[in-house]
Design a protein around this ligand. Structure first.
Ligand code: SAM
Length: 288
Protein backbone atom coordinates (compact mmCIF):
# COMPACT_ATOMS: atom_id res chain seq x y z
CA UNK A 1 0.00 0.00 0.00
CA UNK A 2 1.26 3.38 -0.98
CA UNK A 3 1.36 5.76 1.96
CA UNK A 4 -0.23 8.99 0.82
CA UNK A 5 0.85 12.33 2.16
CA UNK A 6 -1.76 14.49 3.83
CA UNK A 7 -3.67 15.02 0.58
CA UNK A 8 -6.56 17.35 0.06
CA UNK A 9 -6.27 18.37 3.67
CA UNK A 10 -7.21 14.90 4.91
CA UNK A 11 -6.27 13.91 8.44
CA UNK A 12 -3.81 11.11 9.04
CA UNK A 13 -4.65 8.17 11.33
CA UNK A 14 -8.34 8.83 10.79
CA UNK A 15 -11.32 6.88 9.43
CA UNK A 16 -13.69 8.70 7.06
CA UNK A 17 -17.21 7.23 6.90
CA UNK A 18 -18.33 8.08 3.39
CA UNK A 19 -21.90 7.99 2.05
CA UNK A 20 -22.24 6.90 -1.59
CA UNK A 21 -25.17 7.12 -4.06
CA UNK A 22 -28.34 5.02 -3.67
CA UNK A 23 -28.54 4.67 -7.42
CA UNK A 24 -27.98 7.98 -9.17
CA UNK A 25 -24.23 8.52 -9.52
CA UNK A 26 -24.86 12.26 -9.72
CA UNK A 27 -25.43 12.11 -5.97
CA UNK A 28 -21.75 11.40 -5.31
CA UNK A 29 -20.61 14.51 -3.47
CA UNK A 30 -17.49 16.45 -4.35
CA UNK A 31 -16.21 15.93 -0.82
CA UNK A 32 -16.87 12.17 -0.92
CA UNK A 33 -14.79 11.94 -4.11
CA UNK A 34 -12.02 14.10 -2.68
CA UNK A 35 -11.83 11.86 0.38
CA UNK A 36 -11.98 8.57 -1.57
CA UNK A 37 -9.21 9.82 -3.86
CA UNK A 38 -7.08 10.95 -0.94
CA UNK A 39 -7.19 7.99 1.45
CA UNK A 40 -4.66 5.13 1.62
CA UNK A 41 -7.32 2.38 1.50
CA UNK A 42 -11.08 1.94 1.41
CA UNK A 43 -12.93 -0.66 3.49
CA UNK A 44 -15.98 -1.77 1.46
CA UNK A 45 -19.06 -3.86 2.17
CA UNK A 46 -18.46 -5.51 -1.22
CA UNK A 47 -15.20 -4.72 -3.00
CA UNK A 48 -16.50 -5.70 -6.46
CA UNK A 49 -19.55 -3.50 -6.10
CA UNK A 50 -17.53 -0.51 -4.90
CA UNK A 51 -14.86 -1.08 -7.55
CA UNK A 52 -17.46 -0.32 -10.23
CA UNK A 53 -18.27 2.96 -8.49
CA UNK A 54 -14.58 3.81 -8.07
CA UNK A 55 -13.81 2.96 -11.71
CA UNK A 56 -16.63 5.24 -12.84
CA UNK A 57 -14.98 8.13 -11.03
CA UNK A 58 -11.44 6.98 -11.85
CA UNK A 59 -10.50 6.49 -8.20
CA UNK A 60 -7.48 4.19 -8.00
CA UNK A 61 -7.20 3.32 -4.35
CA UNK A 62 -6.72 -0.08 -2.73
CA UNK A 63 -9.87 -1.67 -1.28
CA UNK A 64 -10.53 -4.44 1.20
CA UNK A 65 -13.77 -5.98 2.40
CA UNK A 66 -15.54 -5.18 5.65
CA UNK A 67 -18.93 -6.86 5.87
CA UNK A 68 -21.19 -8.45 8.43
CA UNK A 69 -19.30 -11.76 8.41
CA UNK A 70 -15.72 -10.48 8.66
CA UNK A 71 -16.25 -7.28 10.61
CA UNK A 72 -14.02 -8.35 13.55
CA UNK A 73 -11.05 -9.34 11.36
CA UNK A 74 -11.50 -6.36 9.04
CA UNK A 75 -11.68 -4.02 12.03
CA UNK A 76 -8.39 -5.43 13.32
CA UNK A 77 -6.92 -4.55 9.93
CA UNK A 78 -8.36 -1.02 10.15
CA UNK A 79 -6.76 -0.56 13.57
CA UNK A 80 -3.40 -1.84 12.35
CA UNK A 81 -3.41 0.62 9.47
CA UNK A 82 -4.54 3.50 11.67
CA UNK A 83 -1.67 2.76 14.09
CA UNK A 84 0.68 3.10 11.10
CA UNK A 85 -0.79 6.57 10.60
CA UNK A 86 -2.83 5.73 7.50
CA UNK A 87 -5.91 7.57 6.37
CA UNK A 88 -8.85 5.26 5.64
CA UNK A 89 -12.39 5.36 4.31
CA UNK A 90 -15.36 3.13 5.00
CA UNK A 91 -18.17 2.73 2.44
CA UNK A 92 -21.15 0.41 2.04
CA UNK A 93 -22.85 -0.73 -1.17
CA UNK A 94 -25.20 2.25 -1.20
CA UNK A 95 -26.06 5.14 1.06
CA UNK A 96 -24.63 5.78 4.49
CA UNK A 97 -22.44 3.09 6.09
CA UNK A 98 -23.47 1.79 9.53
CA UNK A 99 -27.14 2.71 8.90
CA UNK A 100 -28.80 -0.72 8.41
CA UNK A 101 -25.43 -1.56 6.86
CA UNK A 102 -22.10 -2.93 8.13
CA UNK A 103 -19.70 -0.57 9.85
CA UNK A 104 -21.25 0.34 13.22
CA UNK A 105 -19.10 -2.11 15.19
CA UNK A 106 -15.96 -1.10 13.30
CA UNK A 107 -16.63 2.57 14.00
CA UNK A 108 -17.23 1.83 17.70
CA UNK A 109 -13.94 -0.06 17.97
CA UNK A 110 -11.98 2.60 16.10
CA UNK A 111 -13.40 5.33 18.35
CA UNK A 112 -12.66 3.37 21.54
CA UNK A 113 -9.09 2.91 20.32
CA UNK A 114 -8.83 6.70 20.25
CA UNK A 115 -8.74 7.33 16.50
CA UNK A 116 -10.76 10.05 14.87
CA UNK A 117 -13.86 9.01 12.88
CA UNK A 118 -15.04 11.64 10.41
CA UNK A 119 -18.43 11.43 8.68
CA UNK A 120 -18.79 12.48 5.05
CA UNK A 121 -22.59 12.74 4.90
CA UNK A 122 -24.64 12.12 1.79
CA UNK A 123 -27.34 9.80 0.43
CA UNK A 124 -29.54 7.88 2.84
CA UNK A 125 -32.75 6.16 1.75
CA UNK A 126 -34.71 6.90 4.96
CA UNK A 127 -34.00 10.63 4.89
CA UNK A 128 -34.61 10.83 1.14
CA UNK A 129 -38.02 9.16 1.60
CA UNK A 130 -38.95 11.37 4.55
CA UNK A 131 -37.92 14.53 2.74
CA UNK A 132 -40.31 13.81 -0.15
CA UNK A 133 -43.05 12.06 1.87
CA UNK A 134 -45.22 15.11 2.44
CA UNK A 135 -45.74 13.99 6.04
CA UNK A 136 -45.65 16.88 8.48
CA UNK A 137 -45.11 15.01 11.74
CA UNK A 138 -42.36 16.74 13.69
CA UNK A 139 -40.77 13.49 14.92
CA UNK A 140 -39.83 10.22 13.29
CA UNK A 141 -38.42 6.93 14.45
CA UNK A 142 -36.04 5.16 12.10
CA UNK A 143 -36.57 1.43 12.59
CA UNK A 144 -34.74 -0.03 9.60
CA UNK A 145 -35.66 -3.64 8.77
CA UNK A 146 -38.46 -5.31 10.73
CA UNK A 147 -37.85 -8.96 11.72
CA UNK A 148 -38.26 -11.42 8.84
CA UNK A 149 -40.44 -13.86 10.84
CA UNK A 150 -44.10 -12.96 11.16
CA UNK A 151 -44.53 -13.40 14.93
CA UNK A 152 -41.46 -11.31 15.73
CA UNK A 153 -42.48 -8.71 13.16
CA UNK A 154 -45.97 -8.35 14.61
CA UNK A 155 -44.51 -8.02 18.11
CA UNK A 156 -42.11 -5.33 16.94
CA UNK A 157 -44.94 -3.40 15.27
CA UNK A 158 -47.10 -3.65 18.42
CA UNK A 159 -44.28 -2.11 20.45
CA UNK A 160 -44.17 0.87 18.06
CA UNK A 161 -47.92 1.56 18.05
CA UNK A 162 -48.16 4.14 20.84
CA UNK A 163 -45.14 6.20 19.81
CA UNK A 164 -46.10 9.76 18.86
CA UNK A 165 -43.84 9.70 15.78
CA UNK A 166 -43.82 8.79 12.14
CA UNK A 167 -42.16 5.38 11.61
CA UNK A 168 -39.57 4.64 8.93
CA UNK A 169 -38.86 1.11 7.74
CA UNK A 170 -36.63 -0.49 5.16
CA UNK A 171 -38.04 -3.49 3.31
CA UNK A 172 -37.00 -5.93 0.61
CA UNK A 173 -39.28 -6.65 -2.38
CA UNK A 174 -39.97 -10.27 -1.39
CA UNK A 175 -41.36 -9.19 1.99
CA UNK A 176 -43.08 -5.93 1.10
CA UNK A 177 -46.60 -7.38 0.92
CA UNK A 178 -46.52 -9.32 4.17
CA UNK A 179 -44.93 -6.42 6.04
CA UNK A 180 -47.59 -3.99 4.83
CA UNK A 181 -50.34 -6.44 5.84
CA UNK A 182 -48.82 -6.62 9.33
CA UNK A 183 -48.57 -2.82 9.54
CA UNK A 184 -52.29 -2.58 8.72
CA UNK A 185 -53.12 -5.21 11.35
CA UNK A 186 -50.93 -3.66 14.04
CA UNK A 187 -51.37 0.11 13.59
CA UNK A 188 -54.32 2.46 13.23
CA UNK A 189 -55.54 1.84 9.63
CA UNK A 190 -56.29 5.56 9.13
CA UNK A 191 -52.59 6.41 9.36
CA UNK A 192 -50.96 7.40 6.07
CA UNK A 193 -48.43 5.10 4.43
CA UNK A 194 -45.83 6.49 2.05
CA UNK A 195 -44.24 3.84 -0.17
CA UNK A 196 -40.97 5.17 -1.57
CA UNK A 197 -39.56 2.82 -4.19
CA UNK A 198 -36.32 2.89 -6.19
CA UNK A 199 -35.30 6.32 -4.91
CA UNK A 200 -33.00 8.26 -7.27
CA UNK A 201 -33.34 5.48 -9.89
CA UNK A 202 -35.15 5.18 -13.21
CA UNK A 203 -38.37 3.78 -11.75
CA UNK A 204 -38.52 5.97 -8.69
CA UNK A 205 -42.02 6.25 -7.29
CA UNK A 206 -43.36 7.81 -4.11
CA UNK A 207 -46.97 7.03 -3.31
CA UNK A 208 -48.98 8.20 -0.34
CA UNK A 209 -52.19 6.38 0.65
CA UNK A 210 -54.28 5.40 3.68
CA UNK A 211 -52.54 2.46 5.36
CA UNK A 212 -55.70 0.32 5.09
CA UNK A 213 -55.65 0.63 1.27
CA UNK A 214 -52.00 -0.32 0.84
CA UNK A 215 -52.30 -4.15 0.56
CA UNK A 216 -54.80 -3.88 -2.31
CA UNK A 217 -52.73 -1.19 -4.01
CA UNK A 218 -49.60 -3.38 -3.88
CA UNK A 219 -51.48 -6.48 -5.05
CA UNK A 220 -52.91 -4.68 -8.09
CA UNK A 221 -49.65 -4.46 -10.06
CA UNK A 222 -46.48 -6.53 -9.71
CA UNK A 223 -44.33 -3.57 -10.76
CA UNK A 224 -45.40 -1.88 -7.52
CA UNK A 225 -43.63 -4.67 -5.60
CA UNK A 226 -40.33 -4.47 -7.49
CA UNK A 227 -37.13 -2.79 -6.33
CA UNK A 228 -36.01 -1.29 -3.05
CA UNK A 229 -38.44 0.20 -0.56
CA UNK A 230 -38.71 2.66 2.25
CA UNK A 231 -42.02 2.65 4.10
CA UNK A 232 -43.00 5.72 6.10
CA UNK A 233 -46.07 5.56 8.32
CA UNK A 234 -47.48 8.83 9.66
CA UNK A 235 -47.73 9.41 13.42
CA UNK A 236 -50.85 8.05 15.14
CA UNK A 237 -53.99 10.18 15.01
CA UNK A 238 -54.51 12.12 18.25
CA UNK A 239 -56.78 10.31 20.69
CA UNK A 240 -60.33 11.59 20.70
CA UNK A 241 -60.64 14.75 22.75
CA UNK A 242 -56.89 14.97 23.28
CA UNK A 243 -55.01 17.66 21.41
CA UNK A 244 -51.26 17.92 20.93
CA UNK A 245 -50.94 20.38 23.82
CA UNK A 246 -52.64 17.96 26.26
CA UNK A 247 -50.28 15.20 25.07
CA UNK A 248 -47.30 17.48 25.61
CA UNK A 249 -48.45 18.29 29.16
CA UNK A 250 -49.04 14.61 29.91
CA UNK A 251 -45.61 13.60 28.58
CA UNK A 252 -43.88 16.34 30.58
CA UNK A 253 -45.62 15.33 33.81
CA UNK A 254 -45.08 11.60 33.21
CA UNK A 255 -41.36 12.27 33.00
CA UNK A 256 -41.38 13.72 36.54
CA UNK A 257 -44.27 12.19 38.49
CA UNK A 258 -45.91 8.85 39.24
CA UNK A 259 -48.51 7.90 36.63
CA UNK A 260 -51.70 8.64 38.61
CA UNK A 261 -50.48 12.02 39.79
CA UNK A 262 -49.32 12.94 36.27
CA UNK A 263 -52.72 12.02 34.80
CA UNK A 264 -54.65 13.97 37.47
CA UNK A 265 -52.56 17.10 36.96
CA UNK A 266 -52.60 16.78 33.14
CA UNK A 267 -56.42 16.57 33.23
CA UNK A 268 -56.63 19.66 35.44
CA UNK A 269 -54.21 21.68 33.31
CA UNK A 270 -55.49 20.66 29.87
CA UNK A 271 -59.18 20.08 30.60
CA UNK A 272 -58.93 16.74 28.73
CA UNK A 273 -60.68 13.59 29.93
CA UNK A 274 -58.91 11.92 32.85
CA UNK A 275 -59.90 8.43 31.62
CA UNK A 276 -58.50 8.99 28.14
CA UNK A 277 -55.33 10.50 29.59
CA UNK A 278 -55.02 7.52 31.91
CA UNK A 279 -55.19 5.05 28.99
CA UNK A 280 -52.66 7.09 27.05
CA UNK A 281 -50.34 7.24 30.04
CA UNK A 282 -50.52 3.47 30.44
CA UNK A 283 -49.71 3.01 26.76
CA UNK A 284 -46.75 5.40 27.09
CA UNK A 285 -45.41 3.67 30.18
CA UNK A 286 -45.85 0.26 28.58
CA UNK A 287 -43.38 1.27 25.89
CA UNK A 288 -40.60 2.10 28.37
N1 SAM B 1 -27.20 2.35 4.34
C1 SAM B 1 -28.30 2.51 3.43
C2 SAM B 1 -28.88 3.93 3.57
O1 SAM B 1 -28.14 4.82 3.98
O2 SAM B 1 -30.02 4.14 3.27
C3 SAM B 1 -29.32 1.42 3.61
C4 SAM B 1 -28.79 0.04 3.33
S1 SAM B 1 -29.94 -1.24 3.62
C5 SAM B 1 -28.93 -2.68 3.55
C6 SAM B 1 -30.77 -1.39 2.10
C7 SAM B 1 -32.23 -0.97 2.21
O3 SAM B 1 -32.30 0.45 2.12
C8 SAM B 1 -33.10 -1.48 1.08
O4 SAM B 1 -33.59 -2.77 1.36
C9 SAM B 1 -34.20 -0.46 1.07
O5 SAM B 1 -35.12 -0.71 2.09
C10 SAM B 1 -33.43 0.82 1.39
N2 SAM B 1 -32.96 1.43 0.12
C11 SAM B 1 -31.70 1.49 -0.34
N3 SAM B 1 -31.67 2.11 -1.52
C12 SAM B 1 -32.94 2.47 -1.80
C13 SAM B 1 -33.57 3.12 -2.89
N4 SAM B 1 -32.87 3.55 -3.94
N5 SAM B 1 -34.91 3.32 -2.86
C14 SAM B 1 -35.64 2.89 -1.80
N6 SAM B 1 -35.09 2.25 -0.76
C15 SAM B 1 -33.77 2.04 -0.75
Amino acid sequence: MKHRDARAGLKTAALYVVATPLGNLGDMSARALEVLRGVDAIACEDTRHTRRLLDHFDVRVETFSLHEHNEAAATARLLRLLREGRTLALVSDAGTPAVSDPGARAVATVRVAGFEVIPVPGPNAAIAALSASGLTDPHFLFYGFLPAKEAARRKAIAALKGLPSALVFYEAPHRIEETVVDLVAGLEPQRTLVIARELTKLFESIVSLPLAEAPAWLAADENRRRGEFVLVVSAPPPAEGIDAEAMRVLDALLAELPLKQAVKLAAEISGASKNVLYDLALARKGKE
